[in-house]
Design a protein around this ligand. Structure first.
Ligand code: GLY
Length: 349
C-alpha cells in the first residue's frame, strides 16, 4: 500500500506521462475554487479534462461534499477504468482520495498537492477521509494514490503563513529522523525561500514519512510516531475553533511540538538545548498560542477525547532524543499542567 512518489517541478509533463500511460477511459480533475483559478491554467495537459469543483476550507470536508463528488463522477460516466486527479491542498486530497477509494469500490487516483502541508503529509501515506459530527477525519479509509506528484512550483500561489504551516510537519519529520536534519531545518529563513532547494528538503522529509508508512501502513505501532505534536496541537486547534479564532493546523502542530518536547524532556530526558532551540524557532516564526491556567482543564478534556487516547487517558508520542521516538505514553494531568506552565514561560506568555 504505497504510492509512487515523483518529485518534479514539471508537473504538466509528469501528468502527461501518467495520463498517457494509464489507458484510462476518462480523466476527472478535482479542484477547489483556488486551484481552479490559480493552478489549473498552468497545466495545459488538463485543458480538455472534466472538472469537479468543491469549496475550499476544512468545514467543507464533509459528507455533503463527498456525496456531490460521487454524484458528479456518476453523471460524468466514470467507471473503474477512470482516473481522478486530486489537484489541491489537504481537503482536496483527503476527500478526493476517499471519493476515489469508494466510488465503484475504488478507482485509481493521483494526488497533486498544491500546498506544502498537503505535499509533506496529507497527500502521502494513504489516509483519506472526511470530518463527521464535529470530529476531524472521523470517517475514512486507508487508500493510496497510484502516484503523488510532489512539486514546489505552485507554492508561489500561497500566503507565507501557509508555507509555515506545512513546515511544522517537516519539523516533526526532522525530529523523528536525526539530530542533523532537525538542526538543518531550524536554519530555515522564511523570508528567503528557494523553491528548488525546498523541493530537495521536502523530498528527504517525505521519505521519513514514507519509511514509517511502509513499515506500518495502518498505524498499529510505528506510524503513531507521526502523531508527535498532534495531541496538544489538536487541542489548541479545537480551542481556537471554539473561540471562533481558528488557527491553521501547522501552527497548532508547531505549538504542540513545543509542549510535547517539554513533556519529552520532563519524562524521557530529551536534551534541554534542543528544546530551547525548538521553542526559540517556533516563537520567532509562529508566535505563540495564548493560554492561561484557566484554560488547562478545558484543554485536558479535549486531549482525553482525542482519537489517540485510550481509556480516557491522554496518550502522546514522546522523544528520548531526535530520532528516538517512543509511542503510547500515558501522560498525567499534573505533567500536562507543568508542561503548559513551561510552554508559557518559553513563549513569554
Ligand atoms: N498525518 C499522520 C499520518 O499520516 O499518519
Amino acid at each position: 500500500m504505497i504510492s509512487n512518489l515523483i518529485y518534479s517541478n514539471d508537473v504538466d509533463a509528469t501528468l502527461n506521462a501518467i495520463v498517457g500511460g494509464g489507458n484510462y477511459n476518462l480523466v476527472v480533475v478535482l479542484v477547489d475554487e483556488n486551484t481552479r483559478q490559480l493552478v489549473l491554467p498552468r497545466l495545459p495537459i488538463l485543458n480538455n479534462t472534466q472538472i469537479i469543483e468543491i469549496q475550499s476550507g476544512d468545514e467543507n470536508k464533509n459528507l455533503t461534499t463527498l456525496k456531490s463528488v460521487w454524484q458528479q463522477l456518476e453523471n460524468l460516466g466514470a467507471t473503474r477504468q477512470s482516473l481522478l486527479v486530486n489537484l489541491g491542498g489537504g481537503v482536496v486530497t483527503d476527500l478526493g482520495g476517499m471519493a476515489a477509494a469508494t466510488f465503484k469500490r475504488g478507482i485509481h487516483f493521483v494526488n497533486v498537492p498544491t500546498t506544502l502541508l498537503a505535499a509533506v503529509d496529507a497527500a502521502v501515506g494513504g489516509k483519506t477521509g472526511i470530518n463527521f459530527m464535529g470530529l476531524k477525519n472521523e470517517i475514512g479509509v486507508f487508500a493510496c494514490a497510484e502516484d503523488v506528484i510532489v512539486s514546489t512550483c505552485f507554492f508561489d500561489t500561497l500566503p507565507p503563513e501557509e508555507l509555515k504551516s506545512g513546515f511544522a510537519e517537516m519539523l516533526k519529520h526532522g525530529m523523528l529522523s536525526t539530530h542533523e536534519e532537525f538542526l538543518q531545518l531550524l536554519e530555515t529563513d522564511f523570508d528567503n525561500i528557494d523553491f528548488e532547494n525546498l523541493l530537495k528538503i521536502l523530498q528527504s522529509s517525505i521519505q521519513v514519512k514514507q519509511r514509517i508508512v511502509e513499515e506500518d501502513p495502518t498505524e498499529k505501532g510505528l506510524r503513531k510516531t507521526l502523531n508527535l505534536g498532534h495531541t496538544v496541537g489538536h487541542a489548541f486547534e479545537m480551542k481556537a475553533l471554539d473561540d471562533s479564532k481558528p488557527v491553521s493546523h501547522g501552527y497548532a502542530v508547531a505549538w504542540g511540538l513545543v509542549i510535547e518536547t517539554v513533556l519529552s524532556h520532563m519524562i524521557k530526558g530529551f536534551p534541554s538545548a534542543d528544546l530551547y532551540s525548538l521553542a526559540n524557532f517556533v516563537r520567532t516564526n509562529y508566535g505563540s498560542f495564548k493560554i492561561t491556567c484557566d484554560d488547562y482543564d478545558y484543554l485536558i478534556g479535549i486531549m482525553r477525547h482525542d482519537k489517540k487516547s485510550y481509556n480516557g487517558e491522554i496518550n502522546c508520542t514522546l522523544l528520548k532524543a531526535c530520532g528516538e521516538p517512543l509511542i503510547d505514553n500515558t501522560i498525567s494531568d499534573d505533567d500536562i499542567k507543568a508542561a503548559l506552565d513551561i510552554y508559557r514561560d518559553l513563549m513569554g506568555i
